[in-house]
Ligand binder design. Structure first.
Ligand SMILES: Nc1ncnc2c1ncn2[C@@H]1O[C@H](COP(=O)(O)OP(=O)(O)OP(=O)(O)O)[C@@H](O)[C@H]1O
Ligand SMILES: [Mg+2]
Length: 363
């Protein structure tokens, strides 16, 4: 699939923008703070209903306006789909596909798959478990409607249970109501554990070869799912930790505490890997994500590379760009030097300046 064009109105620093993309490589270049990432954010948002950096709609709508619009045209197997998104500061967003309003945001999924790659992704191995969970959730929510449904429900229940734990402090008789929450928590949580487990298996099938190549044939990588609790023990652990939870007013057990381990030749890269190893493993992970999306959706995703090339050495840059293949890619960068040196094929170049895009070259 490819994105053919995007139109923005009052989205961040864009009062009004119309931009067309082509197959292959599209470059957005310009100085800092001009709006390059904002365009990628708009594409990500119109594919997933969420901002890649977790911004709320009211932060995304232009400072001086109350609502914003994103319109994208997606082409898939020769058919074009129009996605309209209406963001409001005070209300939830409205979405329409080909002019037909969606009942719920989740119905958008599957229309457009994107992989977002930013410099922060390169530190995913050395960051804390929350970042790794976020990576897994961002991808699975795009790929699997059930996962999205289960995760939304699970998160709601954890929040409500935590609220209840705080109330129990003042009103101990509420303790009995915990049971109902715990049952639901275990039910939704178990489905999350199951899917994350499968996701790690699927990634392992792909990442091994990619990482071996990236490390010059030297390293063997393996991802290990480290669930906070197994499905079998979930119920009993909830019961066991109940008193502790009441004291700390926090839900201490469940997949919101999961982690994902990365091992190179048996060594835990999170703790013992060199910086270079950690970054290479992170790059392998992102490349595996692209391959996995291709495999599951039987289509190519749209790749959004936010300023990531400048973070990689020449060897890794080349590897990344070579492995992109026929995936439509939109790359942001501050300078064109690397590309002008002409190591890569470029199909279209836009200069981004203060919320405006100027077409510089078009193959
Ligand atoms: N809600 C908003 N309304 C208006 N302007 C906004 C809003 N949110 C962010 N901006 C502006 O958008 C600009 C940042 O845009 P963006 O992050 O896309 O820059 P960039 O070109 O990617 O820069 P860099 O090269 O530093 O990454 C900032 O000047 C910021 O003030
Ligand atoms: Mg940026």
């Amino acid at each position: 699939m490819i994105i053919k064009s995007i139109e923005l109105a009052d989205f961040r620093n864009y009062e009004s923008l119309e931009m067309e993309f082509c197959r292959g490589t599209n470059i957005l270049f310009g100085d800092n703070a001009q709006g390059k990432t904002n365009i990628l954010e708009a594409i990500y948002e119109s594919a997933t209903t969420k901002s890649h950096k977790g911004s709320k709609d009211k932060e995304i709508v232009n400072f001086n306006k109350d609502e914003a619009h994103i319109r994208t045209y997606i082409e898939k197997e020769g058919l074009t789909t129009k996605i309209d998104m209406h963001l409001r500061k005070e209300k939830s967003k409205g979405i329409a596909i080909d002019g037909k309003k969606l009942k719920k945001a989740a119905d958008l999924l599957g229309i457009c798959n994107v992989v977002f790659f930013s410099p922060e992704d390169l530190s995913i191995i050395k960051d804390g478990p929350a970042q790794r969970r976020r990576f897994v959730d961002m991808e699975l929510c795009q790929l699997d409607n059930f996962y999205l449904y289960n995760l939304n429900n699970y998160n709601k229940i954890v929040n409500q249970r935590n609220k209840l734990l705080k109330e129990i402090y003042f009103n101990p008789s509420l303790k009995d109501t915990l049971n109902i929450w715990d049952m639901q928590l275990v039910s939704y949580g178990s489905k999350i554990i199951e899917r994350r487990n499968l996701f790690v298996d699927q990634l392992n099938e792909i990442i091994y070869d990619i990482h071996k190549k990236l490390s010059g044939g030297r390293e063997e990588i393996k991802i290990v799912y480290e669930p906070d609790v197994s499905i079998e023990d979930f119920e009993s652990r909830m019961e066991y930790s109940r008193e502790k939870d009441i004291r700390s007013k926090m839900t201490s057990t469940g997949p919101h505490r999961d982690d994902f381990g990365f091992y190179i030749d048996g060594l835990d890269v999170r703790k013992f890997g060199s910086q270079g190893q950690q970054r290479t493993a992170a790059l392998s992970l992102k490349l595996s994500e692209i391959e996995l999306v291709k495999k599951i959706t039987k289509d190519t995703p749209i790749l959004l590379l936010d300023d990531v090339l400048s973070e990689l050495d020449e060897k890794r840059q080349n590897y990344l760009l070579e492995s992109i293949g026929d995936v439509q890619t939109i790359i942001t960068c501050t300078g064109l030097e690397d590309f002008v040196n002409n190591r890569f094929e470029i199909n279209r170049v836009y200069k981004i300046e203060n919320g405006k895009a100027t077409l510089m070259s078009n193959e």
